[in-house]
Design a protein around this ligand. Structure first.
Ligand code: SF4
Ligand code: SF4
Length: 187
């Protein structure tokens, strides 16, 4: 795919916002490609990590924020370990995912975002993963009502999932952690 460099894009404040939120200086990246060379999901993504950084440098906000590649990162950290300039690429990708959620654009991989939200809601309410809660929340919010339903009876029979979720003790402490994160993110 080709991306057009419009005058508007080159002067956008997208790069500045990514740098501010991630605490990274994108000018440090000189496009050596070492980060991309070790990325385990490279075969499945359109935008490699170094390409994402280049596009942010150029101010291509919409093209970055709407691309599903930014949602495929597993946060394994291989890219960070390989970067000769110490650029925190994982943090940059976290930042563009956050900006994607806040932006007027539709995130490129809504299902991944829905899964993240279902997972976090589960942790927030129970303090641990509850498979039924996760499955129910994801299936309803993604519109994929039958996802994993075929396997559910087998999981029940084997005792892998339970209908009565357990809550951790002192869940209110966890609520304070979530509240603090929301405060930091400026929600
Ligand atoms: S952290 Fe993400 S971008 Fe970096 S190597 Fe792992 S999967 Fe690829
Ligand atoms: S390894 Fe570092 S300097 Fe090289 S392209 Fe990736 S982010 Fe840029």
């Amino acid at each position: 795919m080709r991306w057009e460099l419009a005058d508007k894009a080159l002067h956008s404040d997208f790069r500045r916002r990514v740098e501010e939120l991630s605490g990274q200086n994108l000018g440090e990246c000189y496009q050596c490609g070492k980060c991309t060379g070790g990325c385990p999901v490279l075969a499945d993504i359109e935008l490699s990590p170094n390409r994402v950084i280049r596009m942010i440098q150029l101010g291509l906000e919409e093209d970055v924020l709407t691309n599903e590649s930014i949602w495929c990162c597993t946060a394994c950290g291989t890219c960070n370990g390989r970067c000769p300039m110490g650029v925190d690429i994982v943090r940059i990708l976290d930042t563009v995912r956050l900006l994607s959620q806040r932006s007027k654009y539709r995130p490129g991989a809504l299902e991944v975002l829905t899964f993240y939200q279902a997972f976090l809601n589960c942790i927030r309410h129970f303090g641990r993963l509850n498979e039924i809660g996760l499955m129910g929340s994801y299936n309803i919010n993604s519109g994929r009502l039958l996802t994993n339903m075929v396997k559910a009876p087998w999981f029940f029979m084997k005792g892998k999932i339970s209908l009565s979720p357990h809550k951790i003790r002192r869940i209110e402490r966890l609520e304070r952690v979530f509240a603090r994160i929301e405060e930091i993110e400026g929600k």
